[in-house]
Design a protein around this ligand. Structure first.
Ligand code: CAO
Length: 438
């Protein structure tokens, strides 16, 4: 036999005329003790009203937007044994079930510093938003979400106003908040975490004919790394020049001497040799910050990454133990790895463990550029095209082959003075190849 009871608004402290912002039950729903019935929201806090009884909802006596106070009728409920034993309420409500509130009569929410024990004031009293970009408070308030989901969104700094709900009647559920946060964190273009406005979505076809080309896997991966390094490493680029007139003559002579062996020594092999000397002289350039950012890991090995331009995008294979290899060995290895890169045969191991990288655009052109540090390395050497230039020497201008160098470094690890010392050293070594023997 039906035993219908009135469920009233419990003691909610000094609050009067509190707005009903959400109704979690419908007639026919079977609920357990503590299941949330409705959400109320005052100017200062939101709270769920839990059911003091188990049973089946007969009638819902409030609507969204109603103002209620202690003692007002919320729902009528059949609390007879048969009603209690009925199957549980709708799956969606169970899936989204927010934190359980205690069964005791409701109490008024208290200030955030001392959260009230009952009924769980699910939204703390408007804590300052922790989101990188400010939360739209009005939109957040209007969003269709339970207090538990609101609290969850607050904790993560997620703006409910920007989230579309996939729950019943468009209600925002916990999974929507998680998916939103994930999207923001992983979106390379969104600027998430930087407090910058996301890139607007633009339909370019409104301006003229377009073609959409998907990025390659390498493009996407490289893009992620470059973006991370660009925003997390404070970069400085030191520009310099090296007079490689003699080096070039020597290089040509070497290639002539080794032409039967098919050797092809490019400027790059000399640059690797010069880097080995420079890293030995300035070991701080051969280091990485540890994950805590509190320690510098100094490396006793010298592996150099070389940026290779391939049809699929940029890759950086690593030549190992450069300090133990001759110029010719380095030149041969360069040919081998750049070929492997272009044939898409590099393995992740081939691209790991670099100490410093070289990005050489010298074969293509340009006068200078600012390469992005290949973190966790702390420096990268950019090389542009060598050109004949008039250099003032011993009272007159002489035509000399001058190589432009662009060294970008992580300013957390390397000071500007050391940056300049490093390129000055490189320049000296490249200008006088005998120094490579030192
Ligand atoms: N100044 C003048 N000439 C140069 C030069 C320089 N700095 N660097 C290379 N050259 C010359 C070479 O000597 C060669 O000439 P010869 O055929 O007469 O010997 C020619 O340019 C082509 O060289 P190369 O590019 O084939 O060989 P390399 O050893 O210099 O470079 C590699 C190899 C793999 C680094 C290069 O092919 C490459 O991919 N570079 C692009 C790297 C890149 O994309 N960087 C950007 C990263 S950031 O987006």
């Amino acid at each position: 036999m039906a035993n219908v009871k009135d469920i009233l608004v419990p003691d909610i402290g000094d609050f009067e005329g509190v707005e009903v912002i959400e109704i979690m039950v419908s007639p026919g729903d079977t609920i357990s003790v503590e299941d949330p019935l409705v959400s109320l929201e005052s100017d200062k806090a939101a709270m769920e009203i839990p059911s003091p009884q188990a049973g089946t909802i007969k009638e819902v006596k409030v609507s969204i937007g109603d103002k209620v106070s202690q003692g007002d009728l919320l729902v009528t409920m059949d609390v007879s044994a048969a009603a209690v034993e009925a199957p549980p309420a709708a799956e969606e409500a169970t899936a989204q079930q927010p934190e359980k509130a205690p069964a005791e009569p409701a109490k008024a929410p208290e200030p955030a510093a001392t959260p009230a024990p009952t009924p769980a004031p699910v939204t703390a009293q408007r804590p300052p938003p922790v989101a990188p970009s400010p939360i739209d408070e009005a939109g957040f308030r209007k969003a269709h979400a339970s207090p538990a989901v609101r609290k969850f969104a607050r904790e993560l700094g997620a703006d409910l106003a920007q989230i579309s709900g996939t729950g019943n009647k468009g209600r925002i559920i916990k999974e929507d908040v998680t998916a939103f946060v994930k999207r923001v964190m992983t979106s390379a273009a969104a600027g998430g975490g930087l407090g910058v406005a996301p890139m607007p979505e633009i339909d370019f076809s409104q301006f003229g004919e377009i073609e959409t080309q998907p990025l390659t896997k390498i493009n996407k991966l490289t893009g992620q790394f470059l973006h991370r390094n660009w925003v997390t490493v404070p970069h400085v680029t030191q520009f310099d020049e090296a007079d490689i007139t003699e080096l070039e003559a020597f290089r040509k002579q070497l290639n002539e001497e080794h032409k039967d062996e098919g050797a092809r020594v490019t400027v790059l092999a000399f640059l690797m040799k010069a880097l080995v000397s420079a890293l030995k002289e300035y070991p701080r350039f051969n280091s990485s910050l540890d994950a805590t950012g509190e320690n510098l890991i100094l490396k006793k090995y010298i592996h150099i990454g070389v940026a290779v331009d391939t049809p699929d995008g940029l890759v950086v294979p690593v030549v190992r133990d450069c300090d133990r290899k001759s110029l010719i060995e380095l030149a041969n290895e360069l040919i081998a790895i750049s070929g492997k890169a272009r044939d898409r045969k590099l393995s992740p191991v081939d691209m790991s463990g670099g100490c410093i990288s070289i990005s050489s655009l010298g074969g293509i052109g340009g006068t200078a550029f600012t390469p992005i540090v290949n973190a966790p390395e702390v420096a990268i050497l950019g090389v542009s095209r060598a050109r004949m230039k008039p250099v003032y020497k011993d009272g007159e201008f002489e035509p000399r082959l001058v190589l432009p160098l662009s060294l970008s470094y992580d300013h957390r690890v390397i000071d500007g003075a050391d940056g300049a010392r490093f390129t000055t050293f490189l320049s000296k070594v490249l200008s006088d190849t005998r120094r490579l023997l030192l």
